[in-house]
Ligand binder design. Structure first.
Ligand code: FAD
Length: 582
């Protein structure tokens, strides 16, 4: 099956939309929906994934980008949750996505000697739960050794430290690659296609109690309400405004913080709701902090991370309620100051707002129970069938997307007459994984053959895995594609590949999610945007007017975000961000 998500793929997919009844329609192309599409397609089910904006445009491009068990959940004695997440971490690192999920180390500075046995025991348990082979074990460090590793830290900021290992991922790339892998297994995957209504079968009325809620690992509960069966959805192509009726035996909603909007579409109260909590990160240049490792520190509410990220450090996050625009959450000056205050407490040379080259904000989809039965769900995920035929999944975390996907597909196909195979995703490497280690081991000759520097070749291989060979061929045919986009580490070929293989339709998709230029350079990618627009105009069929409109749209967005970042409060920031559509 083709996994080249280019404009022709999209046109053909739209042309055949609604022709046949599907087994499964998945709504939402975040990590959970993309994972569910892969899970369903790889079980042999006819599957369509529709995403209203772009793959990972919601929370799944805005996380801390850690594949982790969550050290802090151990403090809450949530061992099962941590063990499950660490098992997924091992699978992703070793088998499913070794090209996209990489080890990362963190230094945990200790402020009092009595913390060492307490935190040391927690980290030792974390290592054990994670399985001995996944990553190196933690090490206890004296203050002198910790300062050698992290000279940027004040010597009076700690009495010693513990160093432990976790993993990180480029979340947006990983989610998109899940969608591509689903396409390879026969799913149809579409961006810029929004579900605007649900198709109901008026002939099939269902008694109260027909719905059900399955708490992850917990009991089942009945939901109330008369309802007619969901038999598909109205899908609107946001590029043309055209509507399609898609019929499916099962519909899965994996819409994260938009879950309550799906709820409103059904007219039946869902057994759980999703509360939004905003988390902000800032990026500063790597050279600005002399650290040989990431950092983790406790805050009043949670923890703050300093995470190595190519040529930058990602620092965050915050945790505040949000009830404004779901599409475009933004960081305020207050959020940024909170982060700076906490990290500066440890640094010899404090960071200032002028050091920041990028910020981003995301919304955590936290479950909130409609009843006491569901009140404890916030860190877990839940699957419900509030209306027959419609299966809703929400909550959880990035790391456990595969388990969530398998759970919702299991629930959805439970009533199928014929036997459906169990989930196979535990043994299904995503595209680019096979052959990645071999390519990396031979990187010098790979670089030489591709006519690139070793750094440039490594950059491509560690972002595309073995699919980097496709980009090397493109550079071979058109050598100028090997040149960097202005002010960035990214090559022109990455912009082209984004539209010929990765489903990107707009500059924002290329600069924000296929690459991360929009948060990694001080001009937020404005210079790179012009160069990228030249490269992708042909394949996307843009004339001069469309190209100019795309550039204007991108720069409007950058300016709106920068203005929002100066606001002191969410309401003012949200109003400033609203002036730009993308
Ligand atoms: C600040 C922050 C830090 C985090 N850090 C971590 C971390 O380090 N590690 C970790 O494991 N987890 C982390 N998380 C949690 C993790 O990011 C989320 O749990 C996960 O990304 C949610 O994925 P999702 O697919 O459920 O939602 P989303 O990614 O939001 O996807 C939902 C999608 O549904 C689409 N959609 C909505 N309505 C419709 C419709 N009508 N039609 C079609 N499509 C629709 C949206 O456009 C969206 O793309 C973090 C979260 C935040 C906010």
């Amino acid at each position: 099956m083709p996994a080249h998500l280019d404009p022709t793929y999209r046109a053909n997919a739209l042309a055949s939309l609604g022709e046949h009844e599907l087994d499964v329609l998945v709504i939402g192309g975040g990590v959970v929906g993309a994972g569910a599409a892969l899970d369903a397609a790889s079980r042999g089910l006819t599957t369509l994934l529709v995403e209203a904006r772009d793959f990972a445009a919601g929370t799944s491009s805005r996380s801390s980008k850690l594949i982790h068990g969550g050290l802090r959940y151990l403090e809450q004695f949530d061992f099962a949750l941590v063990r499950e997440a660490l098992r997924e971490r091992g699978l992703l690192l070793n088998k499913l996505a070794p090209h996209l999920v990489h080890p990362v180390s963190f230094l945990f500075p200790l402020h009092h000697h009595w913390e060492r046995p307490y935190i040391g025991a927690g980290v030792a348990l974390y290592d054990t739960l994670g399985g001995a082979r996944a990553l190196p074990m933690h090490r206890h460090l004296t203050r002198t050794r910790a300062l050698e590793l992290a000279p940027a830290l004040r010597s009076d900021s700690m009495v010693g430290a513990i160093r432990y290992f976790d993993a990180q991922v480029d979340d947006a790339r990983h989610t998109m690659m899940l969608a591509r892998t689903a396409a390879r297994h026969g799913a149809t995957v579409l961006t810029r296609t929004k579900v605007t209504g649900l198709l109901r079968d008026p002939g099939m009325s269902v008694r109260p109690g027909g719905g059900s809620l399955r708490n992850h690992g917990g009991p089942a509960h009945a939901a109330n309400g008369h309802s007619t069966r969901v038999v598909g959805a109205t899908v609107t192509d946001r590029e043309t405004g055209r509507e399609y009726e898609v019929r499916a035996r099962r519909v899965i909603s994996a819409t994260g913080v938009w879950t309550d909007e799906m709820n409103a579409m059904t007219g039946v109260d869902f057994p759980f709701h999703v509360r939004m909590s905003k988390g902000v990160h800032i990026l500063v240049p790597r050279a600005r902090l002399d650290l040989g490792t990431g950092l983790i520190m406790k805050t009043e509410k949670s923890v703050l991370f300093v995470i190595p990220w190519q040529e930058h450090w990602i620092i965050g996050t915050t945790d505040t309620d949000w009830s404004l625009d779901k599409d475009h959450p933004v960081a305020t000056a207050t959020d940024v100051q909170y982060i700076l205050d906490h990290v500066n407490a440890l640094l010899r040379e404090p960071l200032s707002p002028q050091d920041i080259v990028g910020t981003y904000a995301g919304l955590r989809p936290l479950l909130s129970g409609a009843s006491s039965d569901t009140a404890k769900l916030s860190r877990e995920h839940a699957v419900a069938e509030p209306v027959p035929g419609l299966f809703v999944i929400a909550g959880g975390k990035y790391t456990t997307y595969r388990v969530m996907a398998a759970d919702v597909v299991d629930a959805a196909v439970a009533g199928f007459g014929r036997g459906v195979a169990p989930s196979v995703t535990e043994n299904l490497p995503i595209l680019g994984a096979a052959g990645y280690h071999e390519l990396l081991a031979d990187i010098e000759s790979v670089a030489q053959r591709a006519g690139l520097t070793v750094d440039a070749a490594t950059h491509l291989v560690s972002r595309y895995g073995s699919l980097a060979t496709e980009l090397f061929s493109m550079i071979d045919r058109e050598p100028e594609l090997g040149m960097a986009l202005p002010g960035t580490e990214y090559r022109g070929v990455e912009a082209l590949y984004a539209v010929t293989h990765e489903g990107a339709l707009h500059l924002d998709d290329i600069l924000t999610r296929r690459t991360r230029i929009s948060i990694e350079v001080p001009d937020r990618g404005l210079a790179a945007a012009t160069a990228a627009a030249e490269i992708v105009a042909g394949p996307l069929g843009w004339d001069e007017a469309t190209k100019a409109a795309e550039l204007a749209r991108y720069s409007d967005r950058v300016n709106a975000e920068l203005k929002a970042n100066t606001a002191a409060d969410d309401a003012t920031a949200n109003a400033a961000r609203q002036v730009a559509p993308c």
